[in-house]
Design a protein around this ligand. Structure first.
Ligand code: SAM
Length: 286
C-alpha cells in the first residue's frame, strides 16, 4: 500500500469537516475522534489526488456531483455487525412479540408482514430477521413477508447483496439455522435463496427527510446500533421519521444501549423479557 501523505489540518479545518458530516449524516464526531477523522481525510485526499485541504474540502462540499460526499461518508462509517446480534432481544421478538402481534391482528395466511431493517450494514441483521420470520410463520406458507434493508453506505450494501460471510459473522448463528439457511463457500458461508428471497437492499440516509418520507407502512422497524453515533437532535429527527414509517401498533427496536427516553414521548414503552421495545400507539376509535 502507498504511504498516506501526512497533510496537516488546522483545528478549524477539522471543525468544518465535523460540521459537514453532522449535517449530511447526523453522525457527531467529537474532538477525541480527530485522529480517526484526519486519517480518513488523508485517505480520501490520496484517492482523489488532491494535496491541499482547501481543494479537498471544496470538492467535498461544493462539487456538483455528490460522489465525493458518498465516498467520504463511506470511509467514516462503523459497520460492525453479525448474525443474531443481541440474541436475547431477537428471541423476545420471535417468541413473544411476533406471536402476540400476529394474534392481536388476527394475521392469517395470505396477509403480509413487513420489517424495515434501517442501517443494516453488511446485511447480517436483515438475513437474521428473514430467518426469524420464516421460522415463526412456518405454518403460513402464503404469508407475504418482506425485509427492506437500508444503509447509507453503498459498499456495505454491495457486500450484503453478495451474501458471503466469515466465520466471525456467524458466531452466534444456531447450528440448525446454519444448516438450513447457509451453505459453506470457499470464503466462508453463503446465504441461501430461502433466506434471501424476502430481503431487498437499498441506500437510505436516516437523516434525509425526503428519503425517509418514502418509508411507510411497516409492522416492525429495527434500527440498532446507529443512533449511538448521533446527538440528541439528530436522534429526535430520526426517531420521528421511524415513528412515521410504522403502522399504528407496530414496534421499533433499538440497540441495547440506545433508548428513546429524552427523545420522544410518542411511543408506548414495553418491557418484553429483559429488553425494551417501543410500540406506536394504536389509533383510538371514536
Ligand atoms: C454499527 S452498524 C450497525 C449494524 C446493525 N444494525 C447492527 O446492529 O448490527 C451502523 C451502520 O449505520 C450506518 N449509518 C450511519 N449513519 C447512517 C445514516 N445517516 N443513515 C443510514 N445509515 C447510517 C453505517 O453505515 C453502519 O453500517
Amino acid at each position: 500500500m502507498n504511504a498516506i501523505p501526512k497533510a496537516s489540518f488546522s483545528a478549524e479545518d477539522l471543525q468544518k469537516v465535523r460540521n459537514f458530516i453532522y449535517k449530511e449524516t447526523g453522525m457527531l464526531f467529537e474532538e477525541k475522534k480527530d485522529y480517526f477523522l484526519q486519517t480518513r481525510i488523508e485517505q480520501r485526499m490520496q484517492a482523489t489526488g488532491l494535496t491541499s485541504f482547501g481543494d479537498y474540502y471544496h470538492l467535498l462540499v461544493f462539487a456538483e456531483k455528490r460522489e465525493e460526499i458518498l465516498a467520504f461518508v463511506e470511509s467514516i462509517t462503523i459497520n460492525e455487525t453479525y448474525f443474531f446480534r443481541d440474541f436475547g432481544q431477537l428471541q423476545g421478538f420471535a417468541d413473544i412479540v411476533l406471536p402476540f402481534y400476529a394474534e392481536s391482528r388476527r394475521l392469517k395466511d395470505g396477509d403480509s408482514v413487513s420489517i424495515w431493517c434501517a442501517a443494516c450494514s453488511t446485511g447480517e441483521e436483515a438475513y437474521t430477521l428473514s430467518i426469524i420470520l420464516q421460522e415463526v410463520f412456518d405454518e403460513m406458507p402464503n404469508l407475504k413477508m418482506r425485509v427492506d434493508a437500508t444503509d447509507i453506505d453503498r459498499n456495505v450494501l454491495n457486500e450484503a447483496e453478495t451474501g458471503i460471510y466469515s466465520e466471525r459473522s456467524m458466531k452466534d448463528t444456531p447450528i440448525a439455522y446454519r444448516n438450513k439457511y447457509f451453505v459453506k463457500a470457499a470464503k466462508g458461508w453463503k446465504v441461501l435463496k430461502n433466506a434471501r428471497d424476502l430481503v431487498s437492499f437499498s441506500r437510505v440516509n436516516l437523516i434525509d427527510r425526503n428519503e425517509m418520507r418514502k418509508k411507510r407502512g411497516y409492522d416492525f422497524v429495527f434500527c440498532r446500533n446507529v443512533l449511538i453515533y448521533f446527538d440528541d437532535e439528530s436522534r429526535r429527527k430520526v426517531v420521528s421519521y421511524l415513528y412515521d414509517a410504522l403502522k399504528p401498533g407496530g414496534y421499533l427496536f433499538l440497540g441495547h444501549s440506545e433508548s428513546v427516553a429524552r427523545i420522544s414521548a410518542a411511543f408506548e414503552l414495553e418491557r418484553i423479557g429483559g429488553f425494551l421495545c417501543y410500540k406506536k400507539p394504536e389509533v383510538k376509535n371514536g
